[in-house]
Each structure stands twice: as structure tokens, then as C-alpha cells.
Design a binder for this molecule. Structure first.
Ligand code: ADP
Ligand code: TPW
Ligand code: MG
Length: 587
């Protein structure tokens, strides 16, 4: 520590020990909602030089902390009040853990003596027990002299190995505890080497190289673990020296620019079906990749997997991994690239030609749709406008949620730089939008463009006040199609209520932004949308654009309608089944 030693006899307290411990470990920003017992803590944090961002709901603060963890490789901190505030924050702690992002949820709690006897304290809840199954580690600290160790444990647990969410329970009385300031300063711990390199075993690297060199149709899949690792040059080197086509998962888009000649993004179906060896780099074979089996992977099911992951338990989680490489991305890819030189002259040309042919055909097919100028807009028309702005402003942080709004944007809007695309992650959770946008602005200082389905936006929409309050350079575009997936569903009963997926028709989300002093714009055609987004990015002023989307344009559940248990009676293929239901209703 660089601060001058405190004179003997001076006192410190739990509040200041907690603040000092966080600062000592590089924490700069706190995302939270104030209230008993942490209101004063927030004030003191601000006084002591931490940036304290107050939200309108803890889940949004937590989502901000979670994405801050992804962007910085340091734990994002969320601060909540007891019981209900804690539970609101817990969803995002679980979200961070599911996505392997480091985050610490620090929550005030009521007094142990009362909680444990269940005597009905103000906002009483056994928070530690409830948090435990939903995060990577959970701790409670009862004595001021243990705060330093508690923060050190929380930081190390969050960022080491596979990153994740950590819960830290802070009973209100702890904050007021007083101790000698010199002893207090000595009790603080700065975590040394919190996420040590994990070097893969040479044997595992050799095994992987053998498998790769024997491949006729190899494919690299880059996941958000590779984006998180911030080993961008090493990833690029591996991809380019290997010459192997690569597929970026959603949040790995931009790790290499989407326009890269080895990108197989626009030939996704082909490469998944046809590849014989797949090298997974910080990506899991979960539902997003059909668990590595089934039709999507070709009928023969003969794909052989090499997997690089820091978490040993990930191997063989869904299918056999013939060459597991347990290590961090940087060390593992460096070793593979070094070994690649010997006897590897790139994948067979027939394979790279086939991928290129498919990719070029798909790009050529999509290009004219992005020019569609119809009003109201369809997804391609609106996203063409967004794409053109991002192409001109490649540093923009791009936040994206919704169903159709998400799926179309993922394939239509190119990312040019690493960690620019921030979205719903592994759960496909709605409501991450505004928290993510706020943290993206705060952590990077760059302009943020959040493209949101109207339903998705609603989950965190009140945070536009937060955006205006902190004057953040965030432009929100609400893709307003009057509902969830589409705005055209009809009530199948005789009642007057709207169908469950339908919202107020032609709502003006732009006027919400005006209520807080931000810029609100209504755009019903691609030219107007493009102009408004460009202006917003140039001005840096909090802006919300209500983009009118044809309510008939979307599909049930976007690209994943097949996951609906009754996909036979919902969605596009359902006309016949719907007819049966209507007949039944009229009988
Ligand atoms: P995606 O959704 O993009 O496919 P996932 O979230 O499923 O990505 O997978 C990310 C994987 O990356 C996790 O299995 C995680 O353990 C791993 N991971 C995270 N950080 C690192 C790292 N530094 N080195 C190696 N693997 C990592
Ligand atoms: C926390 C279920 C998935 S997508 C979606 C919901 C409610 C909204 C889709 O409508 P939107 O987009 O945003 O208007 P668009 O373009 O298709 O019209 N609750 C949570 N997470 C999820 N995923 C849901 C519900 C869902
Ligand atoms: Mg919608």
C-alpha cells in the first residue's frame, strides 16, 4: 500500500476496511441499489473514490457487474440490500456463473442471531444458504479483521480457473465494527496472481496436434471463453497459421473481424455438418451447438473433437473429446501454434474452397435483403441500417437481445473487433440489455448501441433513467413489432384480452427517453433509422430510437422455435394445428 500509515490509536471500521480491501484489489466501480444496511457504504465508497452507479433494480446492476467481469477479467461488483434486493441480484449472479464470468455480489444482510432463530428481522433471510447453489463460491464475514481475507477469497474464487460468480454476505453489524486502524490496514490482502496461467501438458498438446494434422475437413470454433481470455493476438496467430476455417460463437464474433477470409460464419450449417475434426476454443458443446451430436453434425456422427478449456470437467460433458487440452487459451493456443509448424501445410484446398463457395453464395443472397427499404421495416431492412453504422463505427459496443431481433442481428451485423458484441449469453436470458449497455459504456468509455426487441427492452427499460442520470453515450434502438416474436397473435378464447404475446399497439418508447431529458426519435424506415443511430453515436447523447418493425415479420422464438415443447401447435408450421384448435373452440 502506498498510503501513509495511520497514527497509533486511530480507528477504522467495517465500512472502510471493505472499501480499502476492494480498492487494494483494483476495484474501481460498484453497481448497486442503496438501502438498509448499505446506504452509508455506498456514500462512503463514493467519498473514497470508487465510482458508485445506482440502478433502479438490482438485476440490472448485477447484469452490469457480470458483463464488466467479461470485459475486464476482473470481478464486477454488485452491491445489494438484504433479502429482496439480494434475490433480485441473485439472478444476475447465477447468469454470470452460467456464462463463466467473474462477478462478486456483495449483499447486506440482517443479524445472524435473529436470522438463525427465524425471529422475523427486517428483511430476514438466510442469504448464504440460498446463494450457495447458484454461484461458484459463497462466503460470509462476521468480524472486521476478516474483511481483508474475505475479499481476497472472493476475488480469487471469481477469476481463477473457470471464472464465475461469488457471493459475499455482509451482515449490517459488521460494517459498524471498529478496530485499530494499523491492525486493520495489516489485515488487508492484495491477491497475487489471481488467475495464474494454466499450462497444458505437453502430451495433451501432441495428442491434439496429431488429431488436427490428420484432419481432412477441420474447423475451429471460437467461443466467448476465447474472447474473455484477451489473448487476441494468440488466437489470430493460431487461426491464420493453421489456415483452418473458423466459426465464431455469438460473443466471439469480432475476435477476428467477421470479414476475415477464414470466417465460416455465413457457412455455419455446412461446416458443422461436414467437418471431421473440430477444435473447440473456449466454447462448450451445450445446446447452442446441439450438444455436439444429432442432425446438425451430419448423419454419420463421426466428428472428432479437440477441446481447449481451462475447466477439466468440461471434457466429455456431451460427447467424447478425443484430444482434451486442459489449460488457458493463451498457453494452449501458443503451444499448438508452435507445434503446427512441423508437417502442417494447411487444410486441403477442396475443403476451404467448399466453405468459401457456400459462404460467398450465402453472403450474396443476404446482401440485397439488407437494402430493403420498406416501411414498416422488416428485420433485414432495419438491420441493414444498423450494420452500415457499425461498419463505419467499428469501435461501438454492440448490445443485443430479443428473439428475432437477436437472431437476425447476430447473422446480419458484422463485428470488427474483439468483445464488441454483448448479448443474452448461455441462457438466452431477456433483461440483460440496459445493465449491459451501462457497464459497456462505463468500463470502456466507448459509444454503445443496444439493439433490443420491444419485449426484451421492457425487462430493464427503467434503466434509461440511469443512462440519462450518468449521461452515458448509449443509444437504444427498440425494434418495436408490438410484441413477443410477433405482434399479430389473436386471443384464442372468446374473451377480450390480448393474446399473451401481444403488447399495446404502436407504443412510443422514444417518449420514455424524453421524460428523462434524453433524445427520443421515432423511425419508421431504414434511412431515418440509419441517420438517427449515426447522429446518436456522433453526439454521445443518451438516445432511444423507436424503430417500427412489421408485426408480421418475426418467427415464433426466432431461430429456436424447434425447442418449444409444442412446436406442432405454435409457430409457423402450425397453421393446420391452429385450425384444429379454432374448430374445437367453436364447437
Ligand atoms: P460460447 O457460449 O461462446 O460457446 P461458453 O460460455 O459455452 O462459450 O464456453 C466458454 C468456455 O471457456 C467455458 O467452458 C470456460 O471454462 C472456458 N474458459 C473461460 N476462460 C478461459 C480461459 N482463459 N482459458 C481457457 N478456457 C476458458
Ligand atoms: C428472463 C422468454 C425469449 S425471447 C423473448 C422472451 C420473452 C422476447 C422476444 O420478443 P422481443 O423480440 O424481445 O420483442 P422479437 O424481435 O422476436 O419480437 N424471460 C426471460 N428470458 C427469456 N428468454 C424469456 C422470458 C423469451
Ligand atoms: Mg418484439
Amino acid at each position: 500500500m502506498t498510503e501513509a500509515p495511520t497514527p497509533a490509536g486511530d480507528l477504522t471500521d467495517g465500512f472502510h476496511l471493505l472499501i480499502d480491501a476492494l480498492k487494494l484489489n483494483g476495484v474501481e466501480t460498484i453497481y448497486g441499489v442503496p438501502g438498509i444496511p448499505i446506504t452509508d457504504l455506498g456514500r462512503m465508497m463514493q467519498e473514497e473514490g470508487l465510482r458508485v452507479l445506482s440502478f433502479r433494480h438490482e438485476q440490472n446492476a448485477g447484469n452490469a457487474a457480470a458483463i464488466a467481469g467479461f470485459l475486464t477479467k476482473k470481478p464486477g461488483i454488485c452491491l445489494t440490500v438484504s433479502a429482496p434486493g439480494f434475490l433480485n441480484g441473485l439472478t444476475s449472479l447465477a447468469h454470470a456463473t452460467t456464462n463463466c464470468w467473474p462477478m462478486i455480489l456483495i449483499s447486506g444482510s440482517s443479524e445472524r442471531e435473529v436470522v438463525d432463530l427465524m425471529q422475523g428481522d427486517y428483511e430476514e433471510m438466510d442469504q448464504l444458504a440460498i446463494a450457495k447453489p447458484l454461484c461458484k463460491a459463497a462466503y460470509r464475514v462476521l468480524h472486521a479483521q476478516d474483511i481483508g481475507i474475505a475479499i481476497a477469497r472472493a476475488v480469487r474464487a471469481a477469476v481463477s480457473g473457470r471464472p464465475g460468480g461469488v457471493y459475499l454476505d455482509v451482515p449490517g453489524a459488521l460494517l459498524g465494527q471498529v478496530m485499530d486502524a494499523v491492525k486493520g490496514a495489516k489485515s488487508l490482502v492484495k491477491v497475487i496472481d489471481p488467475a495464474p496461467a494454466q499450462i497444458p501438458s505437453p502430451a495433451s498438446v501432441d495428442r491434439a496436434l496429431d488429431v488436427i494434422k490428420g484432419a481432412k475437413k477441420p474447423l475451429i470454433i471460437l467461443g466467448k471463453g476465447a474472447a474473455y481470455a484477451q489473448a487476441d493476438d494468440v488466437v489470430k496467430d493460431f487461426v491464420e497459421k493453421s489456415g483452418i476455417p473458423y466459426l465464431p460463437m455469438s460473443m466471439a464474433k469480432g475476435l477476428l473481424p467477421d470479414g476475415h477470409e477464414q470466417s465460416a460464419g455465413p457457412a455455419r450449417s455446412l461446416v458443422l455438418k461436414e467437418s471431421d475434426v473440430v477444435i473447440m476454443v473456449g466454447a462448450r458443446l451445450n445446446w447452442l451447438l446441439s450438444h455436439g451430436k444429432g442432425k446438425q453434425w451430419g448423419e454419420a456422427h463421426s466428428t472428432r473433437f479437440v477441446q481447449i478449456d481451462i475447466e477439466p470437467k468440461e471434457m466429455d460433458s456431451n460427447v467424447e473429446i478425443v484430444a482434451p487440452v486442459v489449460g488457458d487459451i493463451e498457453s494452449s493456443l501458443s503451444a499448438l501454434t508452435a507445434g503446427m509448424g512441423n508437417g502442417w501445410s494447411g487444410p486441403p484446398k477442396e475443403w476451404t474452397d467448399a466453405v468459401k463457395e457456400k459462404k460467398d453464395a450465402n453472403i450474396a443472397r443476404m446482401a440485397p435483403t439488407l437494402q430493403n427499404n420498406a416501411s414498416p421495416m422488416n428485420y433485414a431492412g432495419a438491420l441493414g441500417a444498423i450494420k452500415r453504422v457499425i461498419d463505419k463505427n467499428p469501435d461501438t459496443m454492440f448490445v443485443n437481445e430479443g428473439a428475432n431481433t437477436l437472431d437476425f442481428a447476430r447473422s446480419m451485423v458484422d463485428m470488427h473487433k474483439p468483445r464488441k458484441r454483448l448479448d443474452v449469453g448461455t441462457w438466452g436470458v431477456m433483461g440483460v440489455g440496459m445493465g449491459t449497455a451501462i457497464a459497456a459504456a462505463v468500463e470502456t468509455g466507448l459509444p454503445v448501441l443496444a439493439v433490443e426487441g420491444d419485449s426484451a427492452f421492457g425487462f430493464s427499460g427503467m434503466e434509461i433513467e440511469t443512462i440519462c442520470r450518468y449521461k452515458l453515450p448509449v443509444c437504444v434502438v427498440v425494434f418495436n413489432n408490438n410484441g413477443i416474436y410477433r405482434g399479430t397473435d389473436e386471443n384464442r378464447s372468446a374473451g377480450d384480452d390480448p393474446a399473451p404475446t401481444v403488447f399495446v399497439q404502436d407504443a412510443r418508447y422514444d417518449m420514455m427517453m424524453q421524460a428523462f431529458g434524453g433524445v427520443g426519435i421515432h423511425a419508421d424506415n431504414p434511412d431515418a433509422l440509419q441517420r438517427a443511430v449515426s447522429d446518436a453515436i456522433a453526439s454521445g447523447k443518451p438516445t432511444l430510437i423507436n424503430a417500427v418493425i412489421d408485426p408480421k415479420a418475426g418467427k415464433e422464438s426466432g431461430n429456436i422455435g424447434n425447442l418449444n415443447p409444442s412446436s406442432a401447435v405454435t409457430g409457423e408450421k402450425s397453421a393446420a394445428a391452429l385450425e384444429i384448435l379454432k374448430q374445437k373452440a367453436s364447437q
